[in-house]
Design a protein around this ligand. Structure first.
Ligand SMILES: Cc1cc2nc3c(=O)[nH]c(=O)nc-3n(C[C@H](O)[C@H](O)[C@H](O)COP(=O)(O)O)c2cc1C
Length: 250
């Protein structure tokens, strides 16, 4: 199935193919390269990152524990410099996991990354269509995200069978109950729950949603257009680097 997705993607003017959960197969990397498209892959450890480089991946996304979705055990603060040092200067490293402000972008570049890669912060973008919306244009999932603090995520196997960071909800609590069944291995768990997820996310109850999101959810407190999110990242980055320049000049 993934190979057919790649074929469809390459028929469009795409700039990048990115892969989670391991390097893409060698033939997929070759196919992307033949089309002039670079390949990125997510890494939760320096070992993953080195494997990606050996396999021909162009850009490594060093993604820390605090990220939304499938994520490893090592926090971004520790992981990013480890990956940068492991892969060397020829491979670009993007920092991911917990980034949602310009200060965090500056920190990521200070850790040696060439750039950042964000996911969660865009879930509360005005443009993001997460199903049924209320009269104010906010979906039930976005309502749940707006209400959450940085402590309201859990890393569980219940979404896909592999550990993924999710919004804590009555659904994740139910799977944590002592009498709850163990999640099935990938890909069976997602097949088991995806219909239920759809129903919950289209309901009107923000306490029972199923949504991958990272710890940065605590700062996702308003629905805003993407242009505004990016403009604030840029101005926050500039303010942070000015402050650091002033400290360095002292
Ligand atoms: C809802 C959601 C779905 C995601 N799905 C994928 C995916 O299918 N493939 C992938 O490579 N990464 C996926 N990710 C991970 C992102 O690419 C990114 O690495 C991550 O969101 C970065 O951390 P952050 O959430 O703290 O910004 C997903 C993340 C979220 C929040």
């Amino acid at each position: 199935v993934a190979r057919s997705h790649v074929e469809v993607a390459l028929k469009h003017p795409i700039k990048l193919i990115a892969n989670a959960l391991g390097s893409p197969p060698a033939d997929v990397i070759a196919q992307a390269h033949d089309a002039g498209v670079p390949v990125a892959a997510l890494a939760g450890s320096a070992t993953h990152a080195l494997r990606h480089v050996e396999n021909g991946v162009d850009i490594v996304v060093a993604q820390g524990h605090e990220a939304g979705g499938h994520t490893g055990e090592i926090a971004s603060m520790v992981l990013v410099p480890e990956v940068v040092d492991a892969v060397g200067r020829e491979t670009s490293v993007l920092a991911a996991g917990g980034i949602g402000t310009g200060r965090q972008v500056a920190a990521a570049l200070a850790l040696g990354a060439s750039g950042v890669w964000m996911g969660s912060a865009f879930l509360t973008a005005a443009e993001y269509d997460l199903g049924v919306r209320d009269s104010g244009g906010v979906s039930v999932v976005q309502k749940a995200l707006l209400n959450a603090t940085s402590a309201d995520t859990v890393r569980r196997r219940i979404y896909t069978g592999k550990p993924a960071r999710l919004l804590k909800s009555r659904w994740t609590d139910a799977w944590d109950a002592p009498d709850a069944p163990a999640p099935l291995p990938m890909p069976l768990q997602n097949i088991l729950v995806s219909e239920a997820h759809q129903r919950m996310n289209e309901s009107t109850d923000p306490t029972t949603v199923a949504m991958p999101v990272g710890q940065i959810v605590g700062r996702m407190n308003a629905i805003r257009p993407v242009a505004e999110i990016i403009a604030e990242l840029v101005s926050g980055f500039e303010a942070a680097t000015k402050r650091l320049d002033a400290i360095a000049a002292d």
